[in-house]
Every structure is written in C-alpha cells, then in structure tokens.
Design a protein around this ligand. Structure first.
Ligand code: ADP
Ligand code: MG
Length: 672
C-alpha cells in the first residue's frame, strides 16, 4: 500500500477510534489503548486477586493492613500509626493497586472506634505492656474484660459492615466485568465485521483498480476515436462546404438552364417548323442526289471505258539484295509528252546481241526495245502508288461492272508481291487484294448513307495443271486439294460456281487478312509435295459483290477477280528430259496453253468475235463472267530488272503489248 493512500482498514480503525467515546466505558476501565489488547480472560485475571481477597481471611488481613485502622485491643496514637503503617506489598501491580486503591478510596469510612473511656485501663500500646491488674482485682479485670468484649463486639460489627461493603463492591466489580466482557464481545464482533469490511474493501479496491486501468485503457481508445472523429468531422465539414458551394453553383446553373430552356423551347418550335421545311427539301435533295449518283456511275463507267476496258500496266520490281546490278541503261523509263511530271507510260529494254559481237570481234551491239502501256511503274514505285491507279477501276465493281485484274510475268518478277503483298504483314507492302477490299468496304459504307446495302462473298482457288483446288479449305481438306469443278450455279444461270470450294462472306479487312493467311498456309502444305507449285499455278481470288437499294428497288451484282498468274517462263529446250523434267514440261505446257488461251480470249473479245474460246482452259472458263460484256480488265505485266532475265522480260512485254493493242477505246485512240 502506498504511503500517501490511507488503507480502508486504517479508515475503519479510525472510525472505530472515533466511535470509541460513544462506547459507554466505566470510569474504572484501564487506560484507553490498552483496552483492546486485553481479552476477557485477562480481565478476569485482573479481577482475580480481588475475588481471592474477598474470599479469604488473608486478603481481609492484607486489606486491613493496607489501611490504618484502630487497633483491636490497643489504641495507638495517630501519628505513630501513620509512621508505622505497613507497606503495600510490592508484587501488587500498579494497575491492581490502583484498582484496589480506587475501591478503598470509595470505601465509606467505617464507624469510628469508640474512644477509650477515661479512667479505664489504658489499652496496650506498641511495645509497652499494659499494666497488669493484680490478681485480686477481679473487678478491675472483669471491667477490663467487659471493655475488651465490647471492643471486640464493636470491631466484629465494623468488620461485618466492611465485609458487606466489600461484597457490594465485588458485585459491582463483577457486573462491571460482565459489562466489559459484553462490550469486548461486541467490539470483537465489530472488529470482525470491520475486518471483513476491510477485506471486502481491499477486494473492492483491487477490483476498482482493475476497473480504473480498464477505464483508462478505454479512455485512451475513446480519445483516439474522438481524435479520429474530430478529423473526420473536419473533413466532412470541408466536404459539406464544398458540396454547399457546388449546390449553389448547380442552382445557379439550373436557373440559367431554366432560362435557357424556355428560350430553347421557343427555338425548338421554330426549329421544328424549319425541320419540316428541311425534310421536304431533303426529299427533293435525296431525289437529286440519287440522280447525281446514277449520273456519277454512268460517267465513271464512261471514264473507265474511255481509259479502255482492257488496260495494261507494266511494273518493274527493284533489284533485290544479293542480285547483280544491271548495267546502266538496261531499263529506261522515258518521260511522257509533258515531261517528268507526267506518269511514265513507256519502257525501253536494251539487249546486247552477244552473237553478233563475238563474230565481228567488236563489242556486242545493243538493241533497244520500246514498249508503251497505260502506265509503267519503275522499281521505286510503292504499293500505294500502284493501288491509287486502280482504285477507280475496283470501285466500278460496286457499280455492277465485273472487274478482273491479272498479274502476268515470269516467276520471281513480283506478281505475288503485287497482288497479295510483301512478307511480314507490313502495311506499307500490302498488296492489291487487301487494299482493294478495304477500299470497297469503305465506299460501300459511304453508299450506305444513300440507301445502298452491300454484301461480299470471297473465294480463293488455284488452277494447277488444269485442276482446280480450294485455297480456303480447312480441316481435313486443308492442303489436300480435293478435286473441284467449275459449274453453272443453276440451269440457265450465267453465274459460275466452283464445287467443293468455300465461299466465305466477308465484311472487314481482318476477315480478308485471315483468308489470305489461310491461302498461304494451304500453298505451303502443297509445296512440300510439289516443289514451287504456287509459281506453276494460277491463283484466283474472287469477290462476289451484291448491292441493293431497297428504297428504290435497285440491285447490282458483279464479280471482282484478282488473278496471280502462273510463271510465264518457257522451259529451256536444251534441258535433258528426265522424269522430273517431263512433269515440268507438262506443267509448262498447261501454263502456256492457259496463258495463250487467255490471250486468244482477250483478242476475240476485242475483235468482238462471235466465238470466244473460254472453254479452252479452266482459267478462262472460270473468269468468263469477268472478261466479257461490260467487264473491265487490267493486266499487270511484272518485269524482273535483271539482265539475265531479259529474254523472259521481252517475252512478257510482247505478250502484254499484244493485249494492250487489243484495247480499242476512244481515250486510248485519242491518246495514240
Ligand atoms: P512471283 O510471284 O512473280 O514469282 P514474287 O512476288 O514472289 O514473284 O517476288 C519475288 C521476290 O521479289 C520476292 O522476294 C518479293 O518480295 C520481291 N519483290 C517483288 N516485287 C517487289 C517490289 N516491287 N518491291 C520489293 N520487292 C519486291
Ligand atoms: Mg508468285
């Protein structure tokens, strides 16, 4: 217990001490402070000598000796008795002597011993012997004896009184002892109660301490909470202020909006009226627009026809890394009549006549071969430039005119690069097929605004050795090249279809890209069994375009064909004819046959012959709807820039020139 705190026990003791005066204590009680230390038995002990004294004669004697009393037979002078008073025995404790002393003090003085009669025999005093009467003085003796008897009687009476008095005192003392015992028991009970209270208090104190600690802890938590709440309150107040400001702002805006709304309502009314007028105007304009669109189509077609329904573009690929650089002047691209700003249309090939040079011993003379086409693309021309020239032609397909674009040339001259694009998926080297389809999708979307809806269905086949194979085959048919046949779509139908080939609806360039990828995979699988088959076969990408103007009940449909022809090179006649070469010869014959049939068909068409030999090859048979009638045809003649390929290049250029000459058109004629 800490010194500054007062223990509950002490407090109780204090209370007891404070209460003490309330306890009725007899005046003869021991001193305060010693009272609690002594039990009831000790109190009895304290009283015991007194009891003994009252019982026994010794005690009486002692008491008698402790107080001067008149002698029984002799009278002593007062002064002498005082000086010779026997001493109180030392062994009597101070407390006992005090008690007894107190008792004796309270003792009523006994009746005084009667004074000796004058003239009677003097009583025997101290050491002095009384005067003895002579034996004959019987009367005197009798008188003495009577006096002595009287004295004894008085003395007996006195002692009886004293005894009575002492018994009274004893009773009183016993009563006091009983009272003290009772008081002691009461106090003990009280003490026990107080101790119990103290213990309880102690326990309560412990509990209270624990509670205080708990409460202090709670207080700490609560204080933390309060701080947090205060912080939150500050934040909320801030937020409230912000919200109030926003509310005010919103109210201000609302008022402004309401004002604007009423203004707008008036405006809407006038605009509605205006809209009705505009709608009427729109109908008129729509009519006019449709008329203009039809006119555009007519003029566009006319323009294409003026350019020629059969056009030939020549494209020379660049020299690839690792290839020998051709001698300067080998290929020349003379400018047009308006100078270098004119797009080139002419190509000159210089060929040295080695045979003549060797014979004469002089440097071989060169022969220059000039060619003229609708357009010539020198090696540096990009895919975008090439496509720009054919975009309008491709667009004719949307107007319902069949369009067919060929790539012709020897293997390695850039036909596949032109049609499909370069490797790596680089958008810069994207070929004509993805570009043409993207262009068609975008123009079809624009025409959608005028009420036209278009659908596109793609197919991709290759013709090898006069057999047709689906390049879009998937699953088990992939790369197997199951036999496909070219048939009419129905009895009496002009439309042709390839049996077993997939016709895939497309609507975006991603789908087209996926198809081209699939075709590349199919070719790659085929390549493992037959070497470089792709260059020995014609690849025909066809897009069936169908357009409809539901509002006007108009429809148009036309195929767009993009053809990567087989390599036009001839078989070297000097080669020994092994089994592989024989196969190669058959391939070449098939290719040559189909290419020459293509030339013949074009000739017949341009000469407007009654019979066009479409059926002479699978290629022309498949493409017949894209070649005749109102069809527009474009042929790319792809040329290698290498001198070693000059012979094949000249062959290709001659074939293309023939095709070009077939073109009979006003613009072409005017140009020439
Ligand atoms: P073909 O299909 O006629 O056999 P390719 O298109 O396969 O020839 O072209 C042969 C190689 O020349 C290919 O590597 C191709 O990338 C490249 N090539 C062709 N034309 C070009 C061009 N205009 N620009 C760059 N590289 C070209
Ligand atoms: Mg190719």
């Amino acid at each position: 217990m800490e010194p500054q705190q007062r223990s509950p026990l002490l407090e109780v003791r204090g209370n007891v001490e404070l209460k003490r005066p309330l306890v009725k204590a007899p005046s003869r009680l021991p001193l305060p402070g010693t009272r609690f230390k002594r039990g009831p038995d000790r109190m009895e002990d304290a009283l015991e000598p007194e009891k003994k004294r009252t019982r026994g004669l010794d005690t009486v004697t002692k008491i008698a000796t402790s107080h001067p009393r008149p002698p029984a037979l002799t009278v002593r002078p007062q002064t002498q008795s005082q000086t010779t008073a026997p001493k109180v025995p030392k062994k009597t404790g101070p407390r006992c002597s005090t008690a007894i002393g107190t008792v004796l003090k309270n003792q009523k003085p006994g009746p005084a011993v009667p004074a000796q009669k004058p003239g009677a025999a003097p009583p025997m005093l101290g050491g002095k012997k009384p005067t003895k009467r002579p034996a004959w003085d019987l009367k005197g003796q009798l008188c003495d004896l009577n006096a002595e008897l009287k004295c004894c009687r008085e003395r007996t009476q006195t002692l009886n009184q004293e005894n009575q008095h002492l018994q009274d005192q004893l009773k009183e003392a016993q009563q006091q002892a009983r009272a003290l015992g009772a008081e002691c028991r009461t106090l003990e009970g009280e003490l026990a109660r107080v101790q119990a209270q103290a213990e309880q208090g102690q326990q309560e104190l412990g509990n209270l301490r624990a509670r205080v600690l708990e409460l202090e802890e709670q207080l700490g938590t609560q204080q933390g909470l309060v701080q947090e709440l205060q912080k939150e309150q500050v934040g909320l107040q801030e937020e409230r202020r912000g919200l109030a400001a926003r509310l005010a702002e919103q109210e201000r805006r609302l008022q402004a909006s309401e004002a604007a709304l009423s203004g707008s309502q008036a405006e809407v009314a006038s605009l509605r009226q205006e809209a009705a007028t505009q709608a009427a105007l729109l109908v008129t304009q729509g009519e006019r627009l449709h008329g203009l669109e039809m006119e555009r189509r007519r003029l566009h077609n006319q323009l294409q026809e003026l350019k020629g329904n059969i056009r030939v573009f020549c494209r020379v690929r660049p020299v690839l890394p690792g290839e020998p650089t051709p001698s300067p002047g080998f290929l020349l691209f003379p400018s047009g009549p308006s100078g270098p700003s004119d797009p080139p249309t002419r190509l000159s090939v210089s060929r040295s006549d080695e045979r003549r040079g060797t014979l004469s011993g002089t440097p071989a003379p060169t022969t220059r071969h000039d060619f003229s086409f609708d357009r010539v693309f020198p090696p540096g021309s990009g895919q975008d430039q090439v496509f720009e020239e054919i975009a309008m032609l491709v667009q004719s397909a949307l107007d319902g005119y069949p369009v067919c674009i060929f790539a012709y040339g020897q293997t390695g001259s850039g036909k596949t690069f032109t049609m499909e694009g370069g490797p790596g998926g680089d958008p810069q080297v994207e070929g004509l097929i993805p570009r043409a389809l993207r262009h068609l999708f975008s123009v079809a979307q624009e025409l959608g605004g005028q009420g036209w809806t278009y659908s596109f269905v793609a197919s991709y086949v290759e013709i090898y050795n006069e057999t047709v194979r689906d390049l879009l085959a998937t699953g088990t048919r992939k790369g197997q090249g199951g036999e496909c046949e070219i048939r009419r779509a129905g009895p009496g139908s002009e439309e042709l279809t390839v049996t077993n080939a997939r016709y895939v609806p497309v609507s975006c360039e991603k789908e087209v890209e996926a198809l081209l990828q699939l075709a590349r995979q199919n070719r790659a699988v085929a390549r493992t069994s037959q070497n470089e088959r792709s260059s020995r076969s014609h690849s025909v990408f066809q897009l069936q375009i169908s357009g409809e103007h539901a509002g006007r009940g108009l429809q148009c449909a036309a195929p767009l064909s993009l053809v990567d022809l087989a390599g036009s090179e001839r078989l070297d006649p000097g080669l020994a004819l092994g089994p592989g070469e024989r196969e190669r010869l058959r391939e070449t014959q098939a290719i040559n046959s189909s290419l020459s049939t293509l030339g013949l068909v074009i000739m017949a068409l341009s000469n407007k012959e009654s019979h066009v030999p479409y059926r002479n090859s699978k290629l022309t048979y498949l493409l017949q709807n894209s070649l005749g009638g109102s069809a527009k045809m474009l042929m790319f003649v792809n040329i290698s820039p290498l001198e070693e390929n000059v012979s094949e290049s000249l062959n290709s250029l001659r074939f293309a020139s023939k095709v070009n000459q077939c073109v009979i058109g006003t613009a072409q004629a005017n140009k020439k």
